[in-house]
Design a protein. Structure first.
Lengths: 317, 309
């Protein structure tokens, strides 16, 4: 297992390297380049631009510039925002934790509700609950998350006034954990709804497939209680496909986070990225692309390792 | 991209040992498909939505784009069954014409994504060796980025808002990777079959074997994934519209309608509800159809709608 884990980690490194290369390439397609803001400035002469280009190393071939950029990146020098002048790494440091809070909360809710609901649906197959829940989960999965978000905002924040409309902390109360929770409820529902629907459906079909197997029949024949059979014997095998699906679903979490943060003015990476797009703030865009890809690779790696831990049948060589 | 798939409503794998194969396969396909009642409902709704959007000019006399500033934000009435929007345009007319954009984007970007995915996956699986490794590493690389980030960056690089054709192209170019993996694994298992070896022994060329003999056997998951692909692309387009990086604002798409209605959420909720519900119903209907296709063609497949957000 350790060897397998190490091997997967080592495999991820060239992928990360390629990710930096692609990111660098895309951002160098950007029209104008870093000196474009001086081109129309009458106080900056052509020769001054040439000097600046030389100072910034823009005359060197792209691969030299790429490796210099990568070297700086690895040393924590991610450049400065074109827009605010702040170091990019500082901006990311402020925003990334907020996104992780939102994603973590949605992830826990989807998993914490989705798995029990899926099990209940499976053990009560063809019941009214099963049909209703299945039908609703198709709608939940098909609804655009921003539409769902606007609906929630309209009902729970504007009409009923139970929950804050947007933001992470209130302007009127001192920041506290309780305030954070109150602000988290609606964004969590929006970000988690799709995966809750999908994962519970998967859990349902996983359990249904497992309980037809012989070892479950043996457990039943031994006279074990239904509860013990499901929770002790069936669940572990039925969880396996879920792990894969969670890994595959991670990119959707990033997309969902961008949309959710936009609706609820959540001060995370997604909104930072959107405003960097609007401001043509390339260093920040680049960092957001890199961080999201790195997190995705990490997430998939963790899903693979979890799969390996759960399934003893997998051989590692 | 997230490939979250909803297993069939009735998750039992449907196989009937008495069903033979042969010329009756179309009828057999239809029988299996029709067992999924919701898919028949979905198919009928889709048909209505598509017909209404195609024949929109005959069904409404209002223009979906021309503003009428004397008729701003009217409540529903006989003249305007769903009221008018902030520029005085008939909401129902915009919904009808918006269907053209949404279905067009969904359908054509699916065609692009499916074509690339099939050719890429089949080539990779069939050639094997170093080509397979390189081509699949490329797929890994594309899939390392959350699709929405790439789409947003590329849309932003080519100008603020896209035309319908550009949107179709981008969604197609970023939507094929999952399918290519599925097709590759199908081709890997099919290419060692005896009938393929027989074709090779007869001296058929690589392309001929691949496209005439191997691919037809690998198409079941492709149809399933194509159905879900249409739904995923329609949702993706609406999300990008909503984020302000989608189609040009004057194009009457369902996503743009939602985006421009956001400020009227409290005073005129119908402006949000109408396009939101129509998108949801369209996507649910397509997913039901995809689901039944999976039951009928490829019950073990894990293909599903990809959601970018």
């Amino acid at each position: 297992m350790t060897k397998y884990a190490l091997q997967r980690v080592i495999e991820a490194i060239p992928l990360l390297f390629l990710v930096t290369l692609v990111t660098y390439f895309i951002m160098n397609l950007a029209p104008g380049g870093p000196l474009s803001m001086y081109l129309h400035n009458p106080h900056v002469t052509q020769s001054q631009i040439a000097v600046l280009a030389k100072q910034l190393g823009l005359n060197e071939p792209w691969y030299i510039r790429y490796f210099k950029w990568l070297w700086a990146l690895l040393h924590g020098n991610w450049g400065y925002s074109y827009f605010s002048g702040q170091p990019v790494i500082q901006l990311i440091g402020q925003r990334l934790p907020n996104t992780l809070i939102l994603m973590g909360s949605a992830f826990l809710v989807s998993l914490g509700l989705g798995i029990p609901l899926g099990i209940y649906s499976a053990t009560h197959q063809y019941s009214t609950f099963d049909y209703t829940f299945s039908f609703l989960s198709f709608f939940a999965w098909a609804m655009p998350s921003f539409f769902f978000g606007l609906l929630l905002q309209m009902i729970f924040a504007v009409k009923l006034g139970w929950l804050p409309v947007a933001g992470m902390y209130s302007e009127f109360y001192p920041p506290s954990f309780l305030e954070l929770l109150r602000h988290l409820v609606l964004p969590t529902m929006v970000l988690g709804l799709g995966s809750l629907a999908g994962w519970s459906r998967f859990m349902r079909s996983g359990i249904l497939e497992v309980i037809r197997q012989d070892y479950i029949r043996t457990a039943k024949a031994k006279g074990l209680k239904q509860r013990t059979i499901i929770l002790k014997h069936a669940l572990k095998n039925a969880l396996l496909p879920i792990v894969t699906i969670i890994g595959m679903d991670l990119p959707g979490f990033f997309g969902g986070a961008v949309i959710t943060e936009e609706i609820f003015a959540w001060p995370g990476m997604g909104r930072l990225f959107l405003s960097a797009l609007n401001d043509r703030d390339y260093p920040v865009q680049m960092a957001a692309l890199l961080i999201s890809a790195a997190l995705l690779i990490l997430g998939n790696l963790l899903a693979d390792l979890a799969y390996g831990l759960l399934d003893p049948r997998i051989q590692y060589n | 991209m997230a490939t979250l798939n909803l297993p069939p409503l009735d998750s039992e794998l449907i196989t009937d040992p008495l069903e033979g194969s042969g010329p009756s396969s179309v009828r057999r396909f239809w029988r299996r498909f029709a067992r999924h009642r919701l898919a028949l409902v979905g198919l009928s709704i889709l048909l209505i939505l598509v017909l209404v959007s195609i024949f929109a000019p005959f069904l409404t006399s209002y223009s979906p784009t021309a503003p009428n500033l004397t008729q701003v934000l009217l409540p529903p009435s006989a003249a305007h069954p769903l009221g008018t929007d902030d520029l005085g345009r008939d909401v129902l007319a915009r919904l009808m014409y918006g269907g053209r954009i949404s279905f067009m984007v969904g359908f054509f970007s699916m065609i692009i994504a499916t074509s690339i995915g099939v050719v890429w996956g089949a080539t990779s699986g069939y050639l094997g060796g170093i080509w397979d490794r390189l081509m699949m590493r490329f797929v890994d690389l594309v899939m390392s980025f959350p699709a929405i980030f790439l789409l947003l960056v590329v849309l932003n690089l080519t100008g603020a808002n896209a035309s319908v054709a550009l949107m179709i192209l981008y969604l197609g170019l970023f939507g094929w990777t999952g399918l290519s993996r599925i097709v590759r694994s199908q081709v890997l298992s099919l290419k060692t079959q005896e009938y393929v070896e027989a074709a090779r022994a007869q001296g058929s060329g690589t392309a001929r074997i691949l496209f005439k003999h191997v691919l037809p056997g690998a198409m079941a998951p492709v149809w399933v994934s194509a159905a879900f692909g249409v739904a995923g692309a329609m949702l993706a387009e609406a999300s990008l519209d909503f984020l302000g990086f989608g189609l040009q604002p004057q194009i009457p798409s369902w996503g743009n309608m939602l985006d421009s209605a956001e400020s009227y959420i409290v005073t005129h909720p119908l402006l949000i509800l109408a396009p939101g519900l129509v998108i949801t119903i369209a996507v649910v209907s397509i997913n039901f159809v995809g689901d039944a296709l999976r039951d009928a063609l490829d019950p073990r497949s894990t293909a599903g709608m990809q959601r970018i957000g």
